[in-house]
Design a protein around this ligand. Structure first.
Ligand code: ACO
Ligand code: OAA
Length: 437
């Protein structure tokens, strides 16, 4: 990073000097009241989302990444370590670099006693995302950025400490998430000696290999590979989505990475964003109950209309930016298609059938600008197939992933010296006054 940052700083300086006053678009009243949709108002380095093509990470599409990013030893799928390296540096890591990162994460993955006590003391019926956000925020007591800021460091040194905290947090997220999972699955056993053994970090495993072992699901190689792909692909989706934007906004006040990412998790916990994968599963299982296992297209169509006519959204469909099927959805579908045990699973078959029928129904319904599936349309259903039946936990896995993109940008925010975020707001009367001039 120390080698790469000066080049990017120079690029920013030049952009500002040569094009500082160039226009990227106009702001309409519709932009202001429509959630800033379509407004180009944020700098985000690691990925850019094209409405039709989907996400590119430093210019690489998902199929490109699948070709060039290293898997785990013996695996085939991209792992989050490879993706993080690409997101942070813009470069494709060597296998040795990826293994070194896995090793560093394993060395730093163990939680201290205070954190363990805090998580184990939380009410097990509290939503897992609430538990996750609380635990992540609590880690700020050891923030090297917060400590260095208090001492009084130079602005040019901020990124170093933000990087250190970010890598520390990414290393610990699976341990936090697995501990929450253990406590949900084993009520009354939080803090037992049994939990201490099963939640230990294995220094020879990659980040997700460890996570799956800690969840007690380590024997399942197919699930491990799925989670590697899932966590790598959910990592970044440019800057404007609620979780990424929140981390960037909170971080702009120089809140440390733990606080910034904790705030992001609470945005991810909303049903229109990350919680949709929990909602999709609930909805698909209800549909399955109503239409049966080998449902006709007519029955599925009828069910879709009943959801829409009751005023609800079809979870897993639509998007704030995308206007075609989400390539992350396609990648996860391809993962299923390549494995007969998945493609023959009733829930996964139903998900596929719905994805072929829902776009037409949503077009006829005529409201959503994007009638196609997003990543949440399928992600949770695979987890269900693998025996992870605690729906409320699903968004925690998304939260383990989103850190790699949100924290990457936090490092760049500080390396580029970006200021506190503070857009101008207007009241309706103020808008009225401006437009009638
Ligand atoms: C990882 C992720 O976060 S991906 C997104 C996960 N979320 C979901 O899948 C939830 C279902 N989808 C949605 O609610 C929306 O499509 C969102 C939140 C993703 C995007 O919202 P927007 O950008 O506002 O969508 P859009 O401009 O198409 O909305 C226009 C109208 O269509 C409706 N609409 C959008 N998607 C859907 C849907 N899947 N089902 C029914 N109606 C929909 C909106 O509610 C809105 O209705 P309104 O005019 O009565 O308020
Ligand atoms: O981009 C968005 O608004 C939502 C999304 O798909 C994500 O955050 O992964």
């Amino acid at each position: 990073m120390a080698e790469i940052i000066p080049k990017k700083q120079a690029q920013l300086k030049q952009l500002r000097a040569e094009h500082g006053q160039a226009k990227l678009g106009d702001v309409t009243v519709e932009n202001v009241i429509g959630g800033m949709r379509g407004l180009k108002g944020m700098l985000w380095e690691a990925s850019v989302l094209d409405p039709n093509e989907g996400i590119r990470f430093h210019g690489y599409t998902i199929p490109d990444c699948q070709k060039v990013l290293a898997p785990a030893p013996g695996g085939k799928e991209i792992i989050p370590e490879s993706m993080l390296w690409l997101l942070l540096t813009g470069e494709i890591p060597s296998e040795a670099q990826v293994r070194a990162l896995s090793k560093e994460f394993a060395e730093n993955g163990t939680l201290d006693e205070k954190t363990v006590k805090l998580i184990d003391g939380l009410e097990p019926t509290m939503h897992p995302m609430t538990q996750f956000g609380i635990a992540v925020a609590s880690l700020n007591m050891n923030s090297s950025f917060a400590a260095a800021y208090e001492k009084g460091i130079k602005k040019t040194e901020y990124w170093n400490y933000v990087l250190e905290d970010s890598l520390d947090l990414i290393a610990k997220l699976p341990s936090i998430a697995a501990r929450i999972y253990y406590n949900i699955r084993n009520p009354g056993k939080a803090g037992s000696s049994d939990s201490a053994g099963s939640l230990a970090v294995n220094p020879r495993l990659d980040l997700v290999g460890n996570y799956v072992e800690q969840m007690g699901l380590g024997g399942n190689q197919s699930l491990t590979e799925y989670l590697r792909l899932y966590i790598a692909l959910h990592g970044d989706h440019e800057g404007g989505n609620v979780s990424a934007h929140t981390a960037h906004l909170v971080g702009s006040a120089l809140s440390d990475p733990y606080l910034s990412y904790s705030a992001a998790l609470f945005g991810l916990a909303g049903p229109l964003h990350g919680l949709a994968n929990q909602e999709v599963l609930r909805w698909i299982l209800d549909m399955q109950k109503s239409v049966g296992d080998n449902a006709s297209p007519e029955k599925i169509t009828e069910y879709l209309w009943s959801t829409l006519n009751s005023g609800r959204v079809v979870p897993g469909y639509g998007h704030g930016v995308l206007r075609s099927p989400d390539p992350r959805f396609i990648a996860l579908q391809q993962f299923c298609d390549a494995r007969p045990e998945l493609s023959s699973s009733p829930v996964i078959r139903l998900v596929k059938q719905v994805s072929e029928i829902a776009p037409q129904v949503l077009k006829e319904h005529g409201k959503t600008k994007n009638p196609y599936p997003n990543v949440d349309a399928t992600s949770g259903c695979l987890l269900y197939h693998y025996g992870l039946t605690e729906f409320k936990y699903y968004t925690v896995i998304f939260g383990v992933s989103r850190a790699i993109g949100a924290l990457t940008q936090l490092v760049w925010d500080r390396a580029l010296g970006l200021p506190i975020e503070r857009p101008k707001s207007l009241s309706m009367d103020a808008i009225q006054k401006l437009v009638s001039k």
